[in-house]
Design a binder for this molecule. Structure first.
Ligand code: HEM
Ligand code: FES
Length: 351
Protein backbone atom coordinates (compact mmCIF):
# COMPACT_ATOMS: atom_id res chain seq x y z
CA UNK A 1 0.00 0.00 0.00
CA UNK A 2 1.22 3.47 -0.65
CA UNK A 3 0.96 6.76 1.14
CA UNK A 4 4.07 8.06 -0.50
CA UNK A 5 6.49 6.41 -2.89
CA UNK A 6 8.81 3.94 -1.18
CA UNK A 7 11.34 1.67 -2.82
CA UNK A 8 10.24 -1.95 -2.48
CA UNK A 9 12.75 -3.96 -0.48
CA UNK A 10 14.41 -6.99 -2.00
CA UNK A 11 13.51 -9.72 0.45
CA UNK A 12 14.64 -13.33 0.61
CA UNK A 13 11.52 -14.66 -1.10
CA UNK A 14 11.98 -12.27 -4.04
CA UNK A 15 15.62 -13.21 -4.40
CA UNK A 16 14.69 -16.90 -4.44
CA UNK A 17 11.93 -16.25 -7.00
CA UNK A 18 14.34 -14.35 -9.27
CA UNK A 19 17.15 -16.90 -8.88
CA UNK A 20 14.76 -19.74 -9.84
CA UNK A 21 13.46 -17.71 -12.78
CA UNK A 22 16.97 -16.80 -14.00
CA UNK A 23 18.22 -20.37 -13.66
CA UNK A 24 15.11 -21.73 -15.45
CA UNK A 25 15.51 -19.32 -18.39
CA UNK A 26 19.28 -19.95 -18.66
CA UNK A 27 18.73 -23.74 -18.60
CA UNK A 28 15.99 -23.50 -21.28
CA UNK A 29 18.15 -21.39 -23.63
CA UNK A 30 21.22 -23.61 -23.06
CA UNK A 31 19.26 -26.84 -23.70
CA UNK A 32 17.54 -25.32 -26.77
CA UNK A 33 20.79 -24.07 -28.34
CA UNK A 34 22.83 -27.17 -27.34
CA UNK A 35 20.07 -29.53 -28.55
CA UNK A 36 19.74 -27.51 -31.78
CA UNK A 37 23.43 -27.97 -32.58
CA UNK A 38 23.25 -31.67 -31.69
CA UNK A 39 20.28 -32.22 -34.03
CA UNK A 40 21.52 -30.03 -36.87
CA UNK A 41 25.23 -29.41 -37.27
CA UNK A 42 24.50 -26.76 -39.95
CA UNK A 43 22.46 -24.60 -37.56
CA UNK A 44 23.88 -21.17 -36.73
CA UNK A 45 24.13 -19.82 -33.18
CA UNK A 46 22.12 -16.69 -34.17
CA UNK A 47 19.18 -18.70 -35.51
CA UNK A 48 19.13 -20.95 -32.44
CA UNK A 49 19.34 -17.94 -30.14
CA UNK A 50 16.46 -16.22 -31.98
CA UNK A 51 14.36 -19.35 -31.65
CA UNK A 52 15.32 -20.11 -28.05
CA UNK A 53 14.51 -16.57 -26.86
CA UNK A 54 11.33 -16.27 -28.96
CA UNK A 55 9.87 -19.54 -27.67
CA UNK A 56 11.02 -18.84 -24.08
CA UNK A 57 9.28 -15.44 -24.21
CA UNK A 58 6.10 -17.02 -25.54
CA UNK A 59 6.16 -19.78 -22.90
CA UNK A 60 6.69 -17.26 -20.12
CA UNK A 61 3.87 -15.11 -21.47
CA UNK A 62 1.57 -18.12 -21.12
CA UNK A 63 2.67 -18.49 -17.50
CA UNK A 64 2.05 -14.77 -16.87
CA UNK A 65 -1.44 -14.97 -18.36
CA UNK A 66 -2.39 -18.21 -16.59
CA UNK A 67 -1.31 -17.14 -13.08
CA UNK A 68 -4.24 -14.72 -12.61
CA UNK A 69 -7.04 -17.23 -13.31
CA UNK A 70 -5.17 -20.03 -11.52
CA UNK A 71 -5.03 -17.91 -8.34
CA UNK A 72 -8.75 -17.25 -8.58
CA UNK A 73 -9.40 -20.98 -8.86
CA UNK A 74 -6.91 -22.10 -6.20
CA UNK A 75 -5.22 -19.82 -3.64
CA UNK A 76 -2.21 -22.15 -3.47
CA UNK A 77 -0.96 -20.42 -6.64
CA UNK A 78 -0.86 -17.02 -4.88
CA UNK A 79 2.91 -17.07 -4.17
CA UNK A 80 3.45 -17.03 -7.94
CA UNK A 81 1.30 -13.93 -8.28
CA UNK A 82 3.20 -11.72 -5.84
CA UNK A 83 6.16 -11.30 -8.17
CA UNK A 84 4.36 -11.78 -11.46
CA UNK A 85 5.84 -8.50 -12.66
CA UNK A 86 9.31 -10.07 -12.60
CA UNK A 87 8.00 -12.68 -15.05
CA UNK A 88 6.62 -9.88 -17.25
CA UNK A 89 9.93 -8.00 -17.31
CA UNK A 90 11.79 -11.25 -18.11
CA UNK A 91 9.31 -11.92 -20.94
CA UNK A 92 10.11 -8.47 -22.37
CA UNK A 93 13.89 -9.02 -22.06
CA UNK A 94 13.65 -12.38 -23.86
CA UNK A 95 11.35 -10.91 -26.55
CA UNK A 96 13.74 -7.96 -26.98
CA UNK A 97 16.79 -10.26 -27.34
CA UNK A 98 14.87 -12.34 -29.89
CA UNK A 99 13.75 -9.22 -31.80
CA UNK A 100 17.15 -7.47 -31.77
CA UNK A 101 19.06 -10.57 -32.91
CA UNK A 102 16.41 -11.17 -35.63
CA UNK A 103 16.72 -7.56 -36.83
CA UNK A 104 20.52 -7.80 -36.90
CA UNK A 105 20.31 -11.16 -38.68
CA UNK A 106 17.69 -10.27 -41.28
CA UNK A 107 17.76 -6.47 -41.66
CA UNK A 108 21.19 -5.07 -40.78
CA UNK A 109 23.01 -5.74 -44.03
CA UNK A 110 20.98 -3.52 -46.37
CA UNK A 111 21.30 0.22 -46.88
CA UNK A 112 18.00 0.95 -45.09
CA UNK A 113 17.78 1.58 -41.33
CA UNK A 114 17.13 -1.91 -39.87
CA UNK A 115 14.00 -0.78 -38.00
CA UNK A 116 12.60 0.89 -41.15
CA UNK A 117 13.49 -2.29 -43.00
CA UNK A 118 11.22 -4.31 -40.63
CA UNK A 119 8.37 -1.96 -41.50
CA UNK A 120 8.83 -1.88 -45.28
CA UNK A 121 10.34 -5.25 -46.24
CA UNK A 122 6.97 -6.78 -46.99
CA UNK A 123 3.61 -5.12 -47.42
CA UNK A 124 1.89 -8.20 -48.73
CA UNK A 125 -0.99 -7.92 -46.26
CA UNK A 126 -3.30 -9.90 -48.57
CA UNK A 127 -1.62 -13.33 -48.31
CA UNK A 128 -0.91 -15.60 -45.39
CA UNK A 129 2.54 -16.66 -46.58
CA UNK A 130 3.75 -13.14 -47.42
CA UNK A 131 2.18 -11.26 -44.48
CA UNK A 132 4.75 -9.01 -42.76
CA UNK A 133 4.62 -10.99 -39.52
CA UNK A 134 7.69 -9.26 -38.06
CA UNK A 135 5.71 -6.02 -37.78
CA UNK A 136 3.30 -7.86 -35.49
CA UNK A 137 6.24 -8.97 -33.31
CA UNK A 138 7.52 -5.39 -33.22
CA UNK A 139 4.10 -4.06 -32.14
CA UNK A 140 3.92 -6.71 -29.39
CA UNK A 141 7.44 -5.83 -28.25
CA UNK A 142 6.46 -2.13 -27.93
CA UNK A 143 3.56 -3.13 -25.65
CA UNK A 144 5.76 -5.43 -23.56
CA UNK A 145 8.29 -2.59 -23.25
CA UNK A 146 5.63 -0.12 -22.05
CA UNK A 147 4.46 -2.66 -19.46
CA UNK A 148 7.96 -3.58 -18.27
CA UNK A 149 8.99 0.08 -18.03
CA UNK A 150 5.95 0.95 -15.89
CA UNK A 151 5.85 -2.25 -13.85
CA UNK A 152 7.13 -0.71 -10.60
CA UNK A 153 4.65 0.47 -7.95
CA UNK A 154 6.05 4.00 -8.45
CA UNK A 155 4.29 4.07 -11.86
CA UNK A 156 1.14 2.52 -10.42
CA UNK A 157 0.87 5.53 -8.14
CA UNK A 158 2.06 8.10 -10.70
CA UNK A 159 -0.37 6.95 -13.41
CA UNK A 160 -3.27 6.05 -11.00
CA UNK A 161 -4.60 2.51 -10.62
CA UNK A 162 -7.23 2.65 -13.45
CA UNK A 163 -4.76 4.03 -16.06
CA UNK A 164 -2.05 1.56 -14.97
CA UNK A 165 -4.49 -1.34 -15.06
CA UNK A 166 -5.74 -0.36 -18.55
CA UNK A 167 -2.15 -0.13 -19.80
CA UNK A 168 -1.37 -3.56 -18.38
CA UNK A 169 -4.52 -5.10 -19.87
CA UNK A 170 -2.77 -4.50 -23.21
CA UNK A 171 -0.90 -7.72 -22.43
CA UNK A 172 -3.85 -9.51 -24.07
CA UNK A 173 -3.34 -7.44 -27.25
CA UNK A 174 0.39 -8.30 -27.12
CA UNK A 175 -0.49 -11.98 -26.73
CA UNK A 176 -2.87 -11.89 -29.73
CA UNK A 177 -0.18 -10.09 -31.80
CA UNK A 178 2.44 -12.72 -30.88
CA UNK A 179 0.10 -15.62 -31.68
CA UNK A 180 -0.49 -13.99 -35.09
CA UNK A 181 3.28 -13.28 -35.44
CA UNK A 182 4.09 -16.96 -34.94
CA UNK A 183 1.14 -18.28 -36.99
CA UNK A 184 1.90 -16.05 -39.98
CA UNK A 185 5.68 -16.35 -39.63
CA UNK A 186 7.44 -19.42 -38.31
CA UNK A 187 4.41 -21.71 -38.75
CA UNK A 188 4.08 -20.85 -42.46
CA UNK A 189 7.53 -22.30 -43.14
CA UNK A 190 7.25 -25.14 -40.61
CA UNK A 191 5.08 -27.99 -41.85
CA UNK A 192 5.39 -30.23 -38.76
CA UNK A 193 1.90 -30.50 -37.18
CA UNK A 194 3.21 -30.54 -33.59
CA UNK A 195 4.07 -26.83 -33.58
CA UNK A 196 0.65 -25.44 -34.58
CA UNK A 197 -0.89 -28.01 -32.20
CA UNK A 198 1.26 -26.68 -29.33
CA UNK A 199 0.31 -23.10 -30.13
CA UNK A 200 -3.39 -23.99 -30.24
CA UNK A 201 -3.03 -25.86 -26.96
CA UNK A 202 -1.49 -22.74 -25.39
CA UNK A 203 -4.29 -20.51 -26.64
CA UNK A 204 -6.91 -23.03 -25.47
CA UNK A 205 -5.26 -23.13 -22.02
CA UNK A 206 -5.23 -19.34 -21.64
CA UNK A 207 -8.82 -18.92 -22.88
CA UNK A 208 -10.11 -21.96 -20.97
CA UNK A 209 -8.60 -20.87 -17.63
CA UNK A 210 -9.99 -17.36 -18.01
CA UNK A 211 -13.47 -18.69 -18.77
CA UNK A 212 -13.35 -21.11 -15.80
CA UNK A 213 -12.10 -18.42 -13.43
CA UNK A 214 -14.84 -16.03 -14.58
CA UNK A 215 -17.47 -18.71 -13.97
CA UNK A 216 -15.94 -19.49 -10.56
CA UNK A 217 -15.88 -15.80 -9.59
CA UNK A 218 -19.44 -15.23 -10.75
CA UNK A 219 -21.15 -14.52 -7.47
CA UNK A 220 -23.96 -16.91 -6.68
CA UNK A 221 -27.38 -15.74 -7.68
CA UNK A 222 -28.69 -13.37 -5.08
CA UNK A 223 -31.20 -15.37 -3.11
CA UNK A 224 -34.58 -13.75 -3.25
CA UNK A 225 -36.43 -16.50 -1.42
CA UNK A 226 -36.91 -14.11 1.46
CA UNK A 227 -38.72 -11.68 -0.82
CA UNK A 228 -41.75 -12.28 1.34
CA UNK A 229 -39.95 -10.44 4.12
CA UNK A 230 -40.85 -6.79 4.27
CA UNK A 231 -37.47 -5.61 2.97
CA UNK A 232 -36.45 -2.04 3.72
CA UNK A 233 -36.75 0.07 0.55
CA UNK A 234 -33.86 -0.44 -1.86
CA UNK A 235 -32.32 -3.36 0.03
CA UNK A 236 -31.70 -6.76 -1.57
CA UNK A 237 -31.53 -10.08 0.27
CA UNK A 238 -28.08 -11.48 -0.59
CA UNK A 239 -27.56 -14.52 1.66
CA UNK A 240 -28.08 -16.04 5.09
CA UNK A 241 -25.76 -14.90 7.88
CA UNK A 242 -24.71 -18.54 8.28
CA UNK A 243 -23.54 -18.65 4.65
CA UNK A 244 -20.57 -16.45 5.63
CA UNK A 245 -17.70 -17.94 7.64
CA UNK A 246 -16.40 -15.81 10.50
CA UNK A 247 -13.78 -13.20 9.43
CA UNK A 248 -14.55 -14.08 5.81
CA UNK A 249 -16.79 -12.73 3.08
CA UNK A 250 -19.37 -13.81 0.62
CA UNK A 251 -19.07 -12.12 -2.77
CA UNK A 252 -22.37 -11.20 -4.37
CA UNK A 253 -23.42 -9.29 -7.45
CA UNK A 254 -26.22 -6.84 -6.81
CA UNK A 255 -27.48 -4.57 -9.62
CA UNK A 256 -24.20 -5.09 -11.48
CA UNK A 257 -22.02 -4.19 -8.45
CA UNK A 258 -19.61 -6.81 -7.07
CA UNK A 259 -19.93 -6.58 -3.32
CA UNK A 260 -17.87 -8.36 -0.64
CA UNK A 261 -20.02 -8.92 2.46
CA UNK A 262 -17.82 -9.58 5.50
CA UNK A 263 -18.83 -11.16 8.83
CA UNK A 264 -16.48 -10.39 11.69
CA UNK A 265 -16.75 -10.01 15.44
CA UNK A 266 -20.55 -10.28 15.54
CA UNK A 267 -21.01 -7.66 12.80
CA UNK A 268 -21.52 -7.51 9.04
CA UNK A 269 -20.14 -4.88 6.63
CA UNK A 270 -20.14 -4.64 2.86
CA UNK A 271 -17.48 -3.09 0.62
CA UNK A 272 -16.62 -3.14 -3.08
CA UNK A 273 -15.04 -6.43 -4.17
CA UNK A 274 -12.40 -4.59 -6.25
CA UNK A 275 -9.07 -3.80 -4.57
CA UNK A 276 -7.67 -0.31 -5.27
CA UNK A 277 -4.21 -1.76 -5.88
CA UNK A 278 -4.64 -4.06 -8.86
CA UNK A 279 -8.34 -4.97 -8.77
CA UNK A 280 -7.74 -8.06 -6.61
CA UNK A 281 -10.81 -9.93 -5.27
CA UNK A 282 -11.32 -8.35 -1.83
CA UNK A 283 -14.05 -10.89 -1.03
CA UNK A 284 -11.47 -13.69 -1.10
CA UNK A 285 -9.49 -12.00 1.66
CA UNK A 286 -10.10 -12.21 5.39
CA UNK A 287 -10.39 -9.90 8.36
CA UNK A 288 -7.22 -9.85 10.41
CA UNK A 289 -6.90 -7.61 13.49
CA UNK A 290 -9.93 -5.57 12.41
CA UNK A 291 -8.86 -5.00 8.79
CA UNK A 292 -9.77 -6.78 5.58
CA UNK A 293 -6.57 -8.06 3.96
CA UNK A 294 -6.59 -8.33 0.15
CA UNK A 295 -5.47 -11.85 -0.82
CA UNK A 296 -3.26 -10.66 -3.67
CA UNK A 297 -0.67 -8.30 -2.18
CA UNK A 298 -1.95 -7.63 1.33
CA UNK A 299 -3.48 -4.12 1.03
CA UNK A 300 -5.67 -3.53 4.09
CA UNK A 301 -9.05 -1.82 4.51
CA UNK A 302 -11.34 -1.22 7.48
CA UNK A 303 -14.65 -3.02 6.85
CA UNK A 304 -16.91 -0.22 8.13
CA UNK A 305 -15.57 2.71 6.06
CA UNK A 306 -13.47 0.93 3.39
CA UNK A 307 -10.44 3.09 4.32
CA UNK A 308 -6.90 1.77 4.53
CA UNK A 309 -5.58 2.30 8.05
CA UNK A 310 -3.36 5.41 8.47
CA UNK A 311 -0.90 6.41 7.13
CA UNK A 312 -2.27 4.78 3.95
CA UNK A 313 -4.88 6.51 1.82
CA UNK A 314 -6.66 3.92 -0.35
CA UNK A 315 -10.46 3.84 -0.02
CA UNK A 316 -13.12 1.39 -1.17
CA UNK A 317 -16.79 2.20 -1.85
CA UNK A 318 -19.02 0.88 0.95
CA UNK A 319 -22.61 -0.37 0.97
CA UNK A 320 -25.42 -0.01 3.50
CA UNK A 321 -26.08 -3.38 5.09
CA UNK A 322 -28.65 -4.84 7.49
CA UNK A 323 -29.28 -8.18 9.13
CA UNK A 324 -32.92 -9.24 9.39
CA UNK A 325 -34.07 -12.58 10.76
CA UNK A 326 -30.77 -14.26 9.98
CA UNK A 327 -30.62 -12.83 6.43
CA UNK A 328 -28.12 -10.25 5.14
CA UNK A 329 -29.61 -7.33 3.20
CA UNK A 330 -27.50 -4.97 1.09
CA UNK A 331 -28.38 -1.67 -0.58
CA UNK A 332 -26.85 -2.05 -4.07
CA UNK A 333 -26.11 1.68 -4.44
CA UNK A 334 -22.41 2.19 -3.60
CA UNK A 335 -21.46 4.96 -1.19
CA UNK A 336 -18.53 7.18 -2.20
CA UNK A 337 -15.21 5.49 -1.34
CA UNK A 338 -14.36 5.83 2.35
CA UNK A 339 -17.94 6.51 3.56
CA UNK A 340 -18.53 5.14 7.05
CA UNK A 341 -21.50 2.74 7.28
CA UNK A 342 -22.63 1.49 10.67
CA UNK A 343 -21.94 -2.30 10.62
CA UNK A 344 -25.07 -4.44 11.00
CA UNK A 345 -25.15 -6.29 14.28
CA UNK A 346 -25.88 -9.99 14.02
CA UNK A 347 -28.66 -9.56 16.56
CA UNK A 348 -30.31 -6.57 14.86
CA UNK A 349 -33.98 -6.62 13.92
CA UNK A 350 -36.03 -4.53 11.52
CA UNK A 351 -36.61 -1.01 12.84
C1 HEM B 1 11.16 -6.55 -33.16
C2 HEM B 1 10.36 -7.54 -32.87
C3 HEM B 1 10.44 -8.92 -33.49
C4 HEM B 1 11.03 -9.34 -34.66
C5 HEM B 1 11.79 -8.52 -35.71
C6 HEM B 1 10.83 -10.76 -34.75
C7 HEM B 1 11.27 -11.57 -35.79
C8 HEM B 1 11.04 -12.91 -35.90
C9 HEM B 1 11.50 -13.74 -36.95
C10 HEM B 1 12.33 -13.27 -38.15
C11 HEM B 1 11.07 -15.00 -36.71
C12 HEM B 1 11.31 -16.24 -37.56
C13 HEM B 1 12.61 -16.83 -37.09
C14 HEM B 1 12.92 -18.13 -37.76
O1 HEM B 1 12.06 -18.67 -38.46
O2 HEM B 1 14.02 -18.59 -37.53
C15 HEM B 1 10.32 -14.98 -35.47
C16 HEM B 1 9.72 -16.09 -34.89
C17 HEM B 1 9.18 -16.09 -33.61
N1 HEM B 1 8.98 -15.00 -32.82
FE1 HEM B 1 9.54 -13.10 -33.24
N2 HEM B 1 10.12 -11.19 -33.65
C18 HEM B 1 9.88 -10.08 -32.85
C19 HEM B 1 9.21 -10.06 -31.63
C20 HEM B 1 8.77 -11.19 -30.96
C21 HEM B 1 8.24 -11.18 -29.61
C22 HEM B 1 8.06 -9.93 -28.76
C23 HEM B 1 7.94 -12.48 -29.30
C24 HEM B 1 7.38 -13.09 -28.04
C25 HEM B 1 7.25 -12.47 -26.90
C26 HEM B 1 8.27 -13.29 -30.44
C27 HEM B 1 8.11 -14.65 -30.51
C28 HEM B 1 8.46 -15.43 -31.60
C29 HEM B 1 8.31 -16.86 -31.64
C30 HEM B 1 7.75 -17.75 -30.50
C31 HEM B 1 8.74 -17.27 -32.89
C32 HEM B 1 8.76 -18.73 -33.42
C33 HEM B 1 10.02 -19.40 -33.00
C34 HEM B 1 11.16 -18.89 -33.83
O3 HEM B 1 11.22 -19.23 -35.00
O4 HEM B 1 11.97 -18.11 -33.29
N3 HEM B 1 8.77 -12.47 -31.42
N4 HEM B 1 10.32 -13.70 -34.99
S1 FES C 1 -4.71 -6.31 -5.71
FE1 FES C 1 -2.78 -5.98 -4.82
S2 FES C 1 -3.33 -5.87 -2.74
FE2 FES C 1 -5.20 -6.07 -3.66
Amino acid sequence: MSQAYRAVGWNRQKRRYDATLGAGVAAYVAIFVGGGFALDAQATAETLLIRACGTAALLLLHVVLCIGPLCRLDPRFLPLLYNRRHLGVTTFLLGATHGVVAIVQFHALGDVNPLVSVLVTSRDYGTLAGFPFQQLGLAALCILFAMAATSHDFWLRALSAPVWKTLHMLVYVAYALIVAHVSLGALQAERHPVLPALLMLGVALVVGLHVRAAAHEMPGDVDRTAAALALPAGFVDVCAVDDIADSRARTVCVSGERVAVFKYGGKVSAVSNVCRHQNGPIGEGKVVRGCIVCPWHGYEYRPADGCAPPPFTEQLPTFAVRVVAGRVLVDPTPNPPGTYVEPASLTSVLP
